[in-house]
Design a binder for this molecule. Structure first.
Ligand code: ADE
Length: 424
């Protein structure tokens, strides 16, 4: 369809495009909500001429989002939001088959990662679409010149929203951003069921361990932690939850998990998974108490949750023992296994969340960009919630695509809910 040679890009191998195209098609069949939006977009062209730079995990699901935006008339450039999450075949197909400039190679180093973000900004976007706020941060720091024309953006994930709120609070945010993560149709499904399943998938693909009967420690009981705990329990693990928030800790207790400090959990766990959004959650004092053979993995956005420098410091030896598994041997002979360099295990050693949930996340993304094209000029330099109407629309389309009918209020019920006079 396009001549890839004319497209500015940096991908691993355009020869992977055929495989990528088939896998993008496979994902698409599980993304009916986005498909319906894509059909409307291709008729109405609400994004005609709009330039979007997207910094997302470059997967088959993201490919379907990029194609949807393109069908809506947008010119999209895409870079990776994590050095290890790129699916090289999907990246190749986007360039080769859809003419979308992609800058992303699985395993890219820090400098290449940032040069790819810069390449996406060279596209001179009016809108940014970010996952973790690295692109927005770059546009607000080293690349202010390239960022001058940006009038709005969206953010996909909890960590990114936290960073953006901090920018807004400090008065440095230069344009309005919609926190897609905070839509109910995003975090209740993507963060919970998506992260729950894909994290276990990543750990299993990397290690092939038996979960049943093992003790699995989940650090953090936000929506992601809840999902991981639920799925680990379903696979037969004895789940321990650690938290810093007393309400969430109580919730975990009443959901049936053991709750304790990480210090107490350290000698008990066979597998440790961080999903907190914070740094240095598993530290030297925890590694020092772990059993021989303990596995340590992260499912939070950045690779800072496990204090890897401390592990490196106390280890007398390290070696790669399997793809995505590194063994650290301590002087007393104990071995600790770090998965996927402490990066998002679900996207590094597996394929990220299944398309069924990304369907809703990315439907929100597409509709929020459409909303911004109409309204960005009126918005302040703040972090906004997804408009309720968009959240509800996504839920309705998804239910419709699943063939599920739900009830509606009768006029009598509507009146009852709006009144206060009827009582005991
Ligand atoms: N985040 C988590 N899973 C993902 C996926 N499959 N595609 C894009 N972003 C993701």
């Amino acid at each position: 369809m396009t001549t890839a040679s004319k497209i500015d890009c940096d991908v691993k191998d355009l020869g992977l495009a055929d495989t990528g195209k088939l896998r993008i098609e496979w994902a698409d069949q599980f993304m009916p909500t986005l498909g319906i939006i894509r059909k409307r977009f291709s008729k109405e062209r609400p994004l005609a001429g709009v330039r979007i730079s997207a910094c997302l995990h470059v997967t088959t699901e993201t490919a379907n989002l990029a194609i949807t935006l393109q069908q809506g008339g947008a010119q999209v450039a895409l870079c990776a939001s994590n050095p290890l999450s790129t699916q090289n075949d999907a990246a190749a197909s986007l360039v080769q088959d859809f003419g979308i400039p992609v800058f992303a190679i699985k395993g890219e180093n820090h400098d290449t990662y940032y040069s790819h973000l810069e390449a996406a900004l060279q596209h001179r976007p009016q809108f940014t679409m970010d996952d973790g706020a690295d692109l927005v941060t770059l546009a607000h720091t080293q690349q202010k010149e390239l960022a001058k024309g940006i009038i709005g953006g969206t953010e996909e994930t909890t960590t990114g929203v936290i960073r953006l709120r901090s920018m807004a609070d400090q008065g440095v945010l230069q344009y309005p951003i919609i926190a897609v993560n905070d839509a109910n149709t995003k975090h209740l499904f993507d963060n919970r069921y998506g992260t729950g399943q894909s994290t276990m998938d990543g750990i299993l693909r990397a290690t092939n361990i038996l979960v049943a009967g093992s003790t699995l420690v989940v650090a953090g009981y936000g929506w992601c932690g809840r999902g991981i705990a639920m799925r680990a329990h379903g696979l037969g693990a004895h789940v321990i939850v650690t938290e810093i928030n007393p309400t969430r800790a109580l919730e975990a207790v009443m959901d049936g998990y053991r709750v304790m400090s990480l210090e107490d959990a350290a000698p008990l766990g066979d597998v440790f998974i961080t999903a907190t959004g914070n740094k240095n959650v598993i530290r030297r004092e925890h590694f020092e108490k772990m059993k021989d053979g303990a596995l340590v993995a992260n499912s939070g956005h950045f690779n800072v949750e496990i204090e890897i420098p401390a592990l490196e410091h106390i280890a007398s030896n390290r070696r790669k023992i399997r793809e995505f598994v590194e063994e650290f041997r301590l002087p007393d002979g104990r071995r600790i296994y770090l998965l996927a360099e402490g990066r998002l295990v679900n996207l590094s050693s597996a394929e990220g969340h299944p398309a069924v949930v990304m369907d809703m996340s990315f439907a929100n993304q597409a509709l929020c960009i459409e909303h911004l094209t109409k309204n960005a000029a009126r918005l302040e330099k703040k972090v906004y919630s997804v408009p309720e109407e968009i959240d509800q629309t996504v839920a309705q389309i998804k239910l419709g695509a699943m063939g599920i009918r739900i009830d509606h209020l009768t006029p009598e019920q509507e009146k009852y809910l709006a009144s206060w006079s009827e009582g005991t």
